[in-house]
Design a protein around this ligand. Structure first.
Ligand code: ADP
Ligand code: ASP
Ligand code: MG
Length: 841
């Protein structure tokens, strides 16, 4: 009597532990499992469910497939299987006690070989035989573990799950008959005096005792079935990660553990690809309200994840970091099938027939969308079932197709689903907007969308090649503590490029700590060499590394950049190359931001400039070129802010050439004009060809860009240039230019002396005036002017630039932007600011 009571009480306190394939992959890992069990059995009566040694189910099935194909290599697979089990036994159990277990392994392996030989001879592999073969994985592992525990003095009872779990005969994915199963489990446990049971997961039997299996990954389910039947206090899933994570850690390095999650959310995540739990697992434990704890065999002290009964009565529904989304998951190998046709409109029963056709073929529907016009239904299924689906649906609608009421089924492959999961999403607006916005900004094209009315899940069908990027982009968008990874591709390592790299290198720590941005330079290219390193190029030794790179070819650089398909990619052009500017469109079309210090694109023909602006808008990418005017000064940004806040520009007066300012501020008729120009070049203020600066062309380009940004459709040829540079200086090479300047010294001296005599300074001024009647019409000119001490432009020193904006709001006194307008350091910092702007966008 006393014994019966204690047994009854113990039965109420039962826990179920499941150890997955990696946890039991070899003797070293099984030793860890044994230590966990030793600790756990002290708490409660325990059922331990184990998977096959990691990889063994795959090996068994691939041996069977090879055999069925008449390929004798199946024998090699079998040898590997045998050796792994023999090694495991030898690593776990003292030699004196090994022999019976070793002969058990050998005997089982002989049986496997017999079955495979049969398959080889028949050349046929049915799903029933698949189950017959794959059951050996758990059969072997569970007996080895049971024996190991016994050898360690932990007494336990091994039981064949086929005697406990009854299923139908749907081999490889059998459905459980719960009534019979629950009875059998309860009866067995209550009839046994053991404190610890070890049983194989995954396997079951049909009513005739024929082996079935519960589907790949099914040991989790076995454990849940047992836990539910016994009203266990807890189901612990011991695996190789420290819990259910915000995303698959193999795809998102930033993923973190979710400490608590509801059954519903866990179910959604696992259905949408979070492999850590086999999807059917949740149902039986949820109906009994049994908490599931996911823990790491290799780090047992971690808290893991507790899956429990929602958050309905809790005050802290959000994640600890405030995020609303609980997790993000993905499934690959998806096909989208679409049934379209005018004949579908308004006629009931089309969808019913479609889904019946799929269900008759046992095709699992993962996602459904139907356009409100009822013109098309789109269904996401596993690619493996796609051809079966095509056949079934085309057969079902054969008449409608013949009458052209319905089109033959369209099937698209190489797709994946990404899903956001979280019960709180329903009470927050704008989640899907943010989701699709973030994907769009990164050039991830969404093929279909589905959001359940419960809003626990928003899923999108995308191309499989974009999955890694999409998961990371969404993780960065929805988990605030996540670092945003920024991937830079820099063309040009001259003055500005190398300063930019130095500034980046110095600022990486700040960006990481203060802005949660992990910035990496992934690509570097100059006129000789190029290098792409997906892990990021170390910025302290970039020169050396680039030297070891490949011969430069910008087309290849851009191709690779696009192919890498990294999130938050920014292409930075710090060259003056027309060829490189020719690639911006291609990049913007891929939603890759372009930051250009290079003026060629923005100052080329208007239609080219316009095309790039339009592409950036169309593809939601950023085309930024703040440094084209006034180097690091915020000129274009300010102009854009004025315009977008409703101001109108009347006039712009500006000194925009750092070089010319430097030259005229330093030239006093004593030192030769050519020498002053040389100094400006040596100090890095000039364009690579200084004539662009001296002739006024560079200033023309700048005022052109300002006028365009102010809304004017204007070409270089529309700008008047009152050049001071004699014709003779414009011919030949840069060297000829210096010689010509020397010869023209009297000309320059005269210009200087005239200004000096009138108490004025020489300033090369760019002016733009909009037409009072039409702000899209205006005139622009550049030229050398005498500026008197009372004029705004007089007090301008060194290489400074100044821009005066006269607008509706700044009528009498202009808005003035003034400061260094040339030089590698400030230009690099302007480029840097554009990069951050592009990424924050
Ligand atoms: P076991 O063999 O223990 O059953 P699985 O390989 O079936 O383990 O599942 C664990 C794996 O699931 C992890 O190693 C991880 O790579 C993958 N996984 C996918 N998504 C997630 C996620 N959201 N959280 C945790 N792990 C995940
Ligand atoms: N061994 C089976 C599989 O690999 C079941 C499991 O591990 O859960 O699918
Ligand atoms: Mg698993």
């Amino acid at each position: 009597m006393h014994y019966l009571i204690s047994l009854f009480i113990k039965t109420l306190h039962m826990q179920v532990l499941k150890f997955g394939g990696t946890s039991v992959a070899n003797s070293e890992n099984i030793n860890k499992v044994a230590a966990i069990i030793r600790n756990e059995v002290q708490k409660d009566r325990t059922v331990v469910v184990v998977s096959a040694l990691g990889g063994v189910t795959d090996l068994l099935l691939s041996a069977a497939v090879l055999a069925s194909e008449g390929n004798e290599q199946y024998k090699e697979k079998l040898a590997v299987i045998e050796q792994r089990h023999l090694d495991t036994v030898k690593g776990l159990i003292a030699p004196a006690q090994q022999s019976s277990l070793l002969s058990f392994v050998k005997k089982s392996c002989n049986e496997i070989e017999d079955v495979c030989n049969g398959i080889f001879m028949l050349g046929e592999l049915t799903s029933r035989t698949r189950d017959r073969i794959s059951c050996y994985g758990e059969w072997l592992s569970s007996q080895i573990i049971s024996a190991k525990l016994k050898a360690d003095g932990i007494s336990n009872e091994w039981k064949d799950t086929r005697e406990l779990i009854s299923t139908n005969s749907n081999h490889t994915a059998a459905e459980v008959k719960f009534e019979i199963t629950n009875e059998k489990i309860k009866k067995f446990i209550s009839g046994s005096g053991s404190e610890l049971f070890v049983i194989p997961g995954f396997i079951a039997a049909d009513q005739n005792g024929i082996t079935t299996t519960l589907g790949r990954g099914g040991s989790d389910y076995t454990a849940a079935i047992i836990a539910a039947a016994l009203d266990a206090t807890v189901l612990e899933i011991w695996t190789d990660v420290s819990g259910m994570m915000t995303a698959d850690p193999r795809l998102a390095a930033n993923a973190h553990i979710i400490p608590k999650i509801s059954y519903q959310e866990a179910m959604e995540l696992s259905h949408f690809g979070a492999k850590v739990i086999y999807p059917p697992t949740i149902q039986p434990v949820m109906s009994k309200n049994i908490p599931v704890v996911i823990k790491n065999t290799f780090s047992p002290s971690g808290v893991g994840t507790t899956i429990h009964n929602g958050f309905a009565h809790e005050n802290t529904p959000k994640n600890s970091d405030g995020s609303i989304v609980r997790g993000i998951s993905s499934i690959n190998n998806i096909s989208l099938i679409s049934l379209e046709g005018s004949g579908m409109i308004g006629i009931p029963g089309f969808s019913k027939r479609l889904f019946e056709a799929l269900s008759n073929e046992k095709i699992n529907v993962i996602l459904i969308t139907q356009s409100s016009s009822e013109h098309s239904i789109c269904v996401g299924i596993e690619t493996a079932s796609a051809s079966k689906a095509r056949q079934a649906i085309d057969d079902t609608f054969v008449n409608e197709i013949a009458l052209h009421k319905v089109e033959p089924l369209k099937v698209e492959t190489d797709l994946s689903i990404v899903a956001l999961v979280g019960e709180q999403m329903k009470s927050h607006s704008g989640i899907s907007g943010r989701m699709f916005g973030a994907l769009g900004k990164n050039g991830v094209n969404v093929r279909a969308i589905s959001q359940g009315s419960s809003e626990k899940n928003i899923s999108a069908v995308i191309s499989t090649k974009d999955v890694g990027k999409a998961i990371n982009v969404l993780h960065e968008e929805f988990f605030e503590t996540t670092y945003k990874q920024v991937n830079l591709f820099i063309a040009g390592t001259g003055n500005v490029g190398s300063r930019l790299l130095a500034q980046l290198s110095q600022q990486l720590g700040f960006l990481e700590q203060q802005m949660l941005m992990h910035v990496r330079v992934v690509g570097l290219c100059n006129s000789r060499k190029m290098l792409i390193d997906e892990e990021g190029i170390g910025l302290l030794r970039w020169k050396e590394k680039l030297e070891q790179g490949n011969k430069a070819a910008i087309s290849e650089f851009v191709e690779k950049l696009i192919r890498l398909n990294l999130r938050n990619s920014v292409f930075i052009d710090v060259t003056a190359s027309g060829e490189i500017a020719g690639y911006y469109g291609k990049l913007l079309e891929k939603s890759i931001a372009v930051v250009a210090c290079n003026k060629v694109a923005a100052s080329s023909e208007y239609f080219k400039y316009k095309k790039l602006k339009d592409l950036a808008r169309e593809y939601n990418s950023q085309f930024l070129f703040e440094t084209n005017v006034g180097a690091g000064l915020p000129v274009i940004g300010t102009l854009n802010d004025l315009l977008s806040s409703g101001d109108r520009v009347h006039r712009i007066e500006a000194v925009l050439s750092g070089t010319l300012n430097f030259v005229f501020n330093n030239y006093d008729g004593k030192r030769k004009f050519a020498a002053v120009v040389k100094q400006a070049q040596e100090e890095g203020y000039t364009e690579p060809d200084p004539r662009l600066d001296l002739s006024g062309t560079d200033v023309m380009r700048k005022v052109l860009i300002l006028a365009r940004e102010a809304g004017q459709k204007i070409e270089m040829s529309d700008i008047q240039n009152h050049s001071f540079l004699p014709e003779s200086c414009m011919k030949g090479s840069v060297e000829d230019f210096y010689k010509a300047m020397e010869q023209e010294e009297p000309h320059f001296k005269k210009i200087y002396e005239e200004a000096n005599a009138s108490g004025s300074k020489l300033k090369f001024v760019a002016s733009y005036s909009s037409s009072p009647s039409d702000s899209s019409q205006g005139t622009a000119s550049v030229g050398l002017q005498h500026i008197g001490p009372h004029q705004d432009l007089y007090h301008l020193y060194g290489k400074d630039n100044v821009v005066l904006f006269f607008t509706d709001r700044y009528k009498e006194q202009p808005l003035v932007i003034k400061g260094a307008g040339a030089g590698a350091e400030v230009t690099a910092s302007g480029v840097f600011a554009d990069i951050l702007r592009a990424v924050k966008h």
